[in-house]
Design a protein around this ligand. Structure first.
Ligand SMILES: Cc1cc2nc3c(=O)[nH]c(=O)nc-3n(C[C@H](O)[C@H](O)[C@H](O)COP(=O)(O)O)c2cc1C
Length: 221
């Protein structure tokens, strides 16, 4: 149930109390903005696109930073066009006049898979110097879902403070940290487990990883 309208707000302004705007139109498809930046782990973005490509109800909008292209090449031997083929739409990061740069572009939100410390810093400080950081800024200002699959180790104080700042603004910091309780057989299992949890955050249906069924009877310590 939505929170009651605070006493200081007129009843005529329900949107300020968390109600959807009456003019907001439901989209026929679930739009997801996906950005690949220059942290290691380009495979997370690529696997996400591969999983979503055959799903007719989801529309993917892809951004790749210059450094993201480097890791795609280094880690997966992929070129820009190989990855762009997996998306419904793609953009140059220099095109700050693209639709994604405006709050009027409706979406479920945005995931940065993976997210470098540089892009994290830009988002944390509202420094919208390219279409990736601008689109993330827009997602935050429109109070939509923003998931940053940040990747660095170890972390310095700037990294930690920037993650705190993004969290305070409503973004979700989701480092792609493996889980072992489902006994992954290979790297693909580890990647899918993480991406299944990311898709859950957007309410996107997925069976990328088995869901935890609880400890087997008699197996708990
Ligand atoms: C092979 C390679 C791996 C990198 N891995 C990381 C990483 O895991 N995390 C990170 O924050 N930066 C990493 N970097 C550095 C970023 O690519 C660099 O800071 C870049 O400026 C990020 O730009 P972008 O955020 O626009 O993609 C890596 C760079 C290279 C070439």
């Amino acid at each position: 149930m939505p929170d009651p309208v605070p006493a200081f707000l007129p009843e005529a302004l329900p949107q300020l109390a968390g109600e959807p705007l009456a003019s907001a139109t439901a989209l026929p498809k679930q739009r997801l903005i996906i950005a690949i930046t220059g942290a290691t782990g380009a495979v997370y973005g690529v696997r996400l696109l591969q999983f979503l490509q055959p799903q007719p109800q989801v529309e993917t909008h892809l951004l790749i930073s210059e450094a993201g292209l480097l890791s795609l090449h280094q880690e997966l031997h992929m070129k820009r066009r190989d990855v762009e083929k997996l998306a419904d739409a793609f953009y140059s990061v220099r095109d700050v006049g693209a639709t994604l740069a405006s709050g009027s572009f409706q979406s479920e939100g945005m995931v940065l898979a993976p997210c470098s410390m540089k892009t994290l810093a830009a988002i944390a400080h509202g420094f919208s110097d390219n279409l990736i950081t601008r689109a993330a800024d827009v997602v935050l200002k429109e109070r939509r879902r923003l998931v940053l699959m940040v990747r660095e180790a170890p972390l310095n104080l700037a990294h930690l403070r920037n993650m705190t700042a993004v969290t305070e603004m409503g973004g979700i910091i989701f480092p792609p940290v493996p889980a072992f309780y489902q006994h992954p057989k290979n790297v693909d299992d580890i990647i899918d487990h993480t991406l299944g949890r990311v898709l859950d955050l957007f309410g996107l249906d997925n069976s990328l990883a088995p869901r935890w069924q609880g400890m087997a009877p008699g197996k708990s310590a």
